[in-house]
Design a binder for this molecule. Structure first.
Ligand code: GLA
Length: 383
């Protein structure tokens, strides 16, 4: 996907003139899943797939938006009561509203956008869209909003206009991404550190199960609620526990009788996962990719059996990775479908990908999609 393609559509759909072009990427996450809204750590990186949007101020108070991929046009105003029904347009509308709520003075604009982040594959196409518009509008209208707040604008859009009570990871990675670096983010303090990621002898590859996940289908929000239930129970004995990140297994066991078996399992996963991110950081500093891989398998097991956000197809892909001797593999992102992320030795790569394709096709009648991971830069202006 390139600028010229978006530009040609922009020119065709609007008055023939050009505007400014911005982009923001999707993300991978090496480890630290469902830890962000628990105040824990995540370890994402931006990828070379994202959204590209062209925008031009149109001198009215209306946004005229064209989705090139959906071939769909929506027009809306900037007041709360002007919210569009069309789901893709709600992301743009939400970003506009969240900027306005923060004192940003924005007005109507024409825009066309397209993307190559696969939808529903766990690579955060929605964060890419939000971050593109948050970054672009802040820049075009000189709102003076800092990068953290831009990420929070995307997150608030999900919460207030799209019904997903997500954490900050996806929008943060999309805004702050840096080529060849992963980012360890402390989701409580928002302190972050770039880690050069150049695993000599290994590659990261995503296998897309092509099962579409639907985070908004409330399962994601239910997981978050479970975590909050457990924090509320632990807090009665340990008032300093603000997030599950502050809890340990001993605290969880103290409240076992007061919480549901399901909530217990959810919290057990999160407590383990918060620790795994730290273990992976240590291992990376030693160049110990075998430990990184082992932790990825542990995460998959927890996401599948305790947090229950995997699915049969993803478990199947994970089993193939294990059988092939792949160093690490796990379901990535929110879950309920989407991709596995695999850390694989160069010499195993071809055999693994081939075997995964053949066996997946035999079992489910369709091929998984294969995406090589290229860690790239975050939101920026292209021209
Ligand atoms: C989705 C959410 C993120 C995060 C992940 C799971 O991608 O948007 O905030 O919770 O799921 O790690």
């Amino acid at each position: 996907m390139d600028i010229d393609f978006v530009r040609s559509r922009f020119i065709k759909h609007f008055d023939g003139s050009t505007g400014s072009v911005y982009t923001s990427p999707g993300r991978i996450n090496l480890i630290g899943e469902h830890t962000d809204y628990n105040g824990g750590f995540v370890f994402p990186g931006a990828i070379d797939k994202g959204m590209i949007a062209e925008l031009k101020i149109n001198g009215t108070n209306k946004v005229r938006a064209y989705s090139i991929d959906m071939k769909d046009y929506v027009e809306f105003g900037l007041n709360e009561e002007d919210a569009p029904r069309t789901s893709w347009a709600r992301y743009i509308f939400g970003v506009c509203r969240e900027i306005i709520k923060r004192g940003g003075k924005i007005a109507g604009f024409n825009t066309a956008f397209a993307g190559d982040v696969p939808l529903g594959a766990g690579m955060s196409s929605s964060a890419a869209l939000e971050s593109t518009y948050a970054y672009a509008l802040n820049d075009m209208f000189n709102c003076g909003i800092d990068k953290f707040e831009l990420a929070k604008i995307g997150q608030a859009t999900e919460h207030n206009y799209c019904g997903v009570m997500c954490g900050i990871m996806d929008q943060f990675a999309s805004i702050f991404g840096k080529a060849e670096h992963l980012i360890r983010l402390d989701c409580r303090s928002l302190e972050y550190q770039y880690f050069p990621f150049d695993p000599q002898g290994y590659r990261l590859v995503l296998l897309d199960s092509v099962v579409k996940h639907e985070l908004a289908s409330s399962a994601y929000n239910d997981r978050r609620k479970s975590c909050e239930n457990v924090v509320a129970a632990i807090q009665k004995r340990h008032p300093h526990v603000e997030f599950l990140r502050d809890a340990d297994m001993a605290m969880l066991d103290e409240v076992k009788a007061e919480i549901s078996a399901e909530d217990y399992m959810r919290a057990e996963y999160v407590i383990g996962e918060v620790q795994r991110v730290l273990d992976v950081c240590d291992a990376l500093e030693r160049g110990d990719y075998e430990t990184v891989g082992q932790k990825m398998y542990e995460t998959h097991h927890g996401m599948s059996k305790l947090y229950e956000v995997s699915c049969e197809e993803l478990d199947f892909l994970n089993d193939i990775a294990k059988a092939c001797g792949v160093t690490g593999s796990r379901v990535m992102g929110g879950g309920f479908g989407g991709c596995t992320i695999n850390l694989v030795k160069n010499e195993l790569y071809d055999a693994f990908v081939e075997k995964a394709k053949v066996e997946y096709k035999n079992k489910y009648g369709r091929l998984p999609k294969v995406y090589d991971v290229v860690i790239s830069d975050g939101a920026r202006k292209l021209c």
